[in-house]
Design a protein around this ligand. Structure first.
Ligand SMILES: Cc1cc2nc3c(=O)[nH]c(=O)nc-3n(C[C@H](O)[C@H](O)[C@H](O)COP(=O)(O)OP(=O)(O)OC[C@H]3O[C@@H](n4cnc5c(N)ncnc54)[C@H](O)[C@@H]3O)c2cc1C
Length: 391
């Protein structure tokens, strides 16, 4: 069986590694001229480390990242509101949870493949199903033929559009800023979270030695007549930094603006169909989600293992794709819904709601609820992959 994968992000590369592990031949087609350093930090929670264990990469990923042991929620003045023992939860779920540089994760996956498996500067512009196979068409006029195709081409997936037509994305109405910067004066292994009206900040102190990763989500102005292109993001960050605990505000101001990535948070409500006949989707192409719990890339890694398992054991490739989709729909929809809802709660602005949120976060009920959600997300029981050749 030959599998064509469109997109060489975390989902596409993880799928190629998992398929290889299951003895299935796969090729990745990426539109960028090379698989390069992209993104800032990324959290790889226990569930994804467990999935990477099936790919023989768990030890390696642990060596690349910094383990997250505690989540400390702080007030805007820096006073502790609540503290979650993440080490205990992660261990109970079967593996540590980490924060690392996104490029290091991507490089690890790339290195687990043969160079000939990954084709760069190949922008897919069309997918065609024919009897017994699929053909990808690229912007440079070239074509590739295989038995099945997987769209791992992200939130604005061309493969998805070829299946279901163009579908609107849903805006969560907040921006997410993220960057790497010099480690501030917070303790290593502690994830710091600060909630202000309409703002959430997360800091992961050491994704590489001496380098911290932060993200900050900020509501769009309510009367946003301002076009996105005219929005002065840096002025927003400067003004927000004055409201944060001093060391964290200074960290944001000291970050090189060139290194700050800005995304509007988008998703798509869970869909009932991810594929048709010989085509399916993985990662953000299938189930884009708000970044609230840092699970989008983790879900793509889980997808990869299940996809390889389903194709490995199916009586034919089409049945394998449907089995994969059925196995993944419920879990990804749950995490996606929680990410959307809690993202909205963390962005609350109205004073009464904000006050209530702080009271809840500080209460045993609040920390019980957060621990419960973490356990739900971090538990994953991946199927076995065995590596004999599949014809
Ligand atoms: C602010 C923010 C913070 C996040 N933090 C985390 C986190 O900490 N942990 C976590 O698990 N998740 C996180 N996520 C989610 C995570 O980034 C995504 O879920 C993940 O990157 C999805 O991977 P993917 O491979 O499906 O898609 P992508 O990463 O989007 O990769 C798609 C690839 O396809 C290529 N491509 C696109 N179109 C074509 C085409 N036509 N032809 C060929 N190639 C194409 C692109 O160039 C790209 O390389 C975050 C997301 C955001 C927005």
């Amino acid at each position: 069986m030959s599998v064509l994968i469109v997109g060489g992000g975390i989902g596409g590369l993880a799928a190629a590694v998992a398929l290889r592990r299951a003895g299935i031949n796969a090729r990745v087609f990426e539109r960028a001229p090379q698989i390069r350093e992209v993104g800032a930090g990324v959290t790889v929670w226990s569930n994804a480390v467990i999935a990477l264990r099936r790919l023989g990469l768990d030890e390696e990923v642990l060596s690349l990242g910094s383990e997250m042991l505690w989540i400390n929620v702080l007030s805007p003045k820096g006073a502790p509101i609540s503290s979650i023992d993440l080490e205990e939860i992660s261990q109970a779920c079967g593996a540590p949870s980490l924060a690392l540089h996104r490029a290091d994760l991507q490089r690890m996956l790339l290195d687990a493949l043969d160079r000939e498996q990954v084709h760069t500067a190949k922008e897919c512009v069309g997918v065609k199903q024919e009897k017994g196979g699929v053909t990808l068409r690229f912007a440079d006029g070239a074509e590739a033929r295989g038995k099945i195709a997987i769209g791992a081409d992200g939130v604005r997936s061309v493969v998805r559009e070829s299946l279901f037509g163009s579908q609107e994305l849903r805006s969560a109405r907040y921006y997410c800023y993220r960057a790497l910067t010099a480690t501030p004066t917070v303790t290593k292994h502690e994830v710091v979270s600060v909630l202000l009206p309409g703002i959430q900040l997360g800091v992961f102190p050491e994704v590489r030695p001496g380098e911290a990763y932060w993200f900050l989500c900020r509501n769009k102005p309510v009367d946003a007549i301002v076009a996105d292109a005219q929005y002065d993001h840096m002025a927003v960050l400067r003004s927000v930094s004055g409201e944060l605990p001093t060391a964290l505000g200074e960290m944001i101001v000291a970050t090189d603006p060139e290194r700050i990535l800005i995304d509007e948070v988008l998703d798509r409500p869970p869909g009932r169909r991810w594929g048709r006949d010989r085509i399916s989707l993985i990662g953000d192409a299938a189930h884009p989600m708000a970044p609230t719990f840092g699970q989008g890339a983790c879900m793509a890694i889980e997808d990869a293992v299940v996809l390889a398992h389903s194709l490995r054991r199916a009586r034919n490739p089409v049945a394998g794709l449907r089995d994969y989709e059925n196995s993944r729909r419920r879990r990804t929809a749950t995490i996606k819904r929680l990410s959307w809802r809690y993202g909205k709660v963390y962005q609350w602005e109205r004073p009464a709601l904000v006050k209530w949120r702080i009271l809840l976060a500080a209460s045993p009920l609040g920390s019980w609820n957060l621990r419960r959600m973490l356990r739900l997300a971090l538990r994953f029981d991946p199927p076995e992959l065995d590596g004999q050749e599949v014809s």
